[in-house]
Design a protein around this ligand. Structure first.
Ligand SMILES: Cc1ncc(COP(=O)(O)O)c(C=O)c1O
Length: 473
């Protein structure tokens, strides 16, 4: 430490910290993720969230907000669930930690059994990690190894969609389709190739004109084209989110995943459904591949498995991918100390009990059309170009000109999103995300416990802030 003060770590000292103390410590020592540290360095401070209850959060000054993003697409069962805290304490008391490296413990076993039960078809084998990026990294390594074990060692490339986010480990980053997040770390793991995403609103700009069904076919066929360009004997897997998050909630056009499955089968390419956001109720089912009627070879998931009460991730694979590992000396030399952590696994099981008891998936299925209709009211604002999404997961694309769909240039986007919208929405009591990784969008992904009256509240806040944003352009 270069500061003169020594850290005081007793719990009573922690409980009595003032907001100013926390801001000073954050400024001196905390490195935020995906954020400009200059905001803190320049004395702007950081919002400090101290409490959550249901779909609300409170900051260190006592102000209350709607959590419109479920933390980070994570707190699906809502904040402040005492039973999840209690089950964590009970598990920590009984067995706080043991690895699943050649050993096992009951919580991980039971959770693997439960996930296999929820997963479609014969996706029966669960490899645990501690988060989404590791789950994707695991699937990437497994895909390469699987083809080597089939005697096809050149199959190592992976295909994903433009603007898609799949995590930050160097392998997962090779699958991520956002150049601005990768260029400073190049060369990342080689072998990542990109195809167009399913942004129907901007299909014309991608070179397509026609119905949404025809667009689905067109977009899927770009994957076939890429496999042919690169050579089928070099391609190991395709990674796709059921609803692509980054770029602002692109649901799959009808028939898209059916055609992708066909293509993957034709060229012996594994299909990975990256459900780090979409699993556990976000789209109204435990796994969103069920919502869209396709069976992948692997599912990656994390976030809402515990509703964020403890970290865990998983890669769930089908019998075909697992088969070579059943025999002899073959082992998957890969793992994480905290993968399948007993506390996280116990919390996940309790969280999934809550899903069952409160019928959260059914709730999303029933309410999603009402959520959509409520947000679609915003179409009367000149700045709202598109409202899209599914389940409890929506994006609102902002435009400069509704008729031409002209988007904002970099400067305008910077002024609008970073300079005004994020803070204005937060000040107005709504925590959500103003995202500019593709065209500017506002993203909503609230806890699954909310309903029509909260949809109205969210719409009202968006309406007043977006109306003001337009006057500032
Ligand atoms: C689709 C997808 N894959 C992977 C990840 C990475 O997950 P994590 O941040 O837990 O590493 C994310 C994170 O948001 C994601 O949305």
């Amino acid at each position: 430490m270069t500061t003169t003060e020594q850290p005081v770590s007793s719990s009573s000292a922690r409980a009595s910290r003032s907001d100013a103390d926390l801001q000073r410590m954050a400024k001196d020592h905390l490195w935020m993720h995906f954020a400009r540290q200059s905001v803190m360095e320049d004395g702007g401070g950081v919002p400090i969230i101290v409490k959550g209850e249901g779909h609300h959060i409170w900051d260190s000054k006592g102000k209350k907000y709607i959590d419109g993003l479920a933390g980070l697409f994570t707190v699906n069962a809502g904040h402040g669930r005492r039973r999840l805290a209690e089950v964590a304490a009970k598990q920590a008391e009984e067995l706080a930690f043991f690895p699943i490296w050649s050993y096992a413990h009951p919580s991980a076993i039971e959770l693997a059994d439960r996930l296999a039960h929820y997963a479609p078809g014969d996706l029966n084998r669960v490899f645990f990690s501690t988060g989404g990026g590791e789950a994707v990294e695991t699937a990437f390594k497994l895909a390469k190894y699987y083809w080597k074990l089939q005697g096809r060692p050149t199959k190592h490339k992976v295909i994903s969609r433009a603007v898609a986010y799949h995590g930050t480990p160097q392998g997962a980053l090779a699958i991520t389709g956002i150049p601005a997040m990768k260029e400073m770390f190049e060369p990342v793991t080689p072998g990542g190739f990109r195809v167009p995403n399913t942004n129907y609103y901007r299909a014309k700009e991608a070179g397509f004109e026609g119905t949404v069904e025809a667009f689905g076919l067109w977009a899927a066929n770009r994957i076939e084209e890429m496999i042919q360009f690169e050579g089928p004997e070099t391609v190991a897997a395709v990674f796709l989110e059921p609803v692509q998050n980054s770029g602002g909630c692109f649901p799959p056009p009808p028939g898209y995943f059916q055609r992708v499955r066909e293509i993957c089968d034709k060229y012996d390419v594994l299909l990975v459904s990256d459900e780090v956001i979409c699993a556990f109720g976000r789209i109204g089912n435990y796994f969103a591949c069920d919502t869209y009627g396709f069976e992948p070879d692997m599912i990656t998931c994390a976030k809402a498995m515990t509703s964020g009460y403890s970290p865990i991730g998983a890669t769930i694979v089908n019998e075909k991918v697992y088969e070579p590992f059943k025999h002899g000396q073959t082992a998957f030399y890969h793992g994480y100390t905290f993968g399948g952590h007993p506390v996280s696994a116990a919390v996940a099981l309790e969280n999934l009990d809550i899903f069952e008891e409160e019928r959260l998936n059914e709730r999303v299925q029933e309410n999603s059309p009402i959520f959509r209709q409520t947000l679609e009211k915003l179409h009367d604002l000149p700045i709202v170009g598109d409202v899209r999404g599914d389940g409890y997961f929506f994006g609102i694309e902002l435009v400069k000109d509704k008729a031409t769909r002209e988007t904002f240039d970099d400067d305008e986007s910077e002024r609008l999103l970073r300079g005004f919208l994020s803070k204005a929405l937060f000040d107005a009591g709504l925590y959500c995300r103003a995202d500019d990784r593709g065209d500017p969008v506002i993203q909503l992904s609230p806890p699954l416990t909310i309903g029509p009256s909260e949809f109205d509240e969210i719409e009202q806040i968006l309406r007043s802030v977006l109306t003001e944003a337009w006057t500032r352009l």
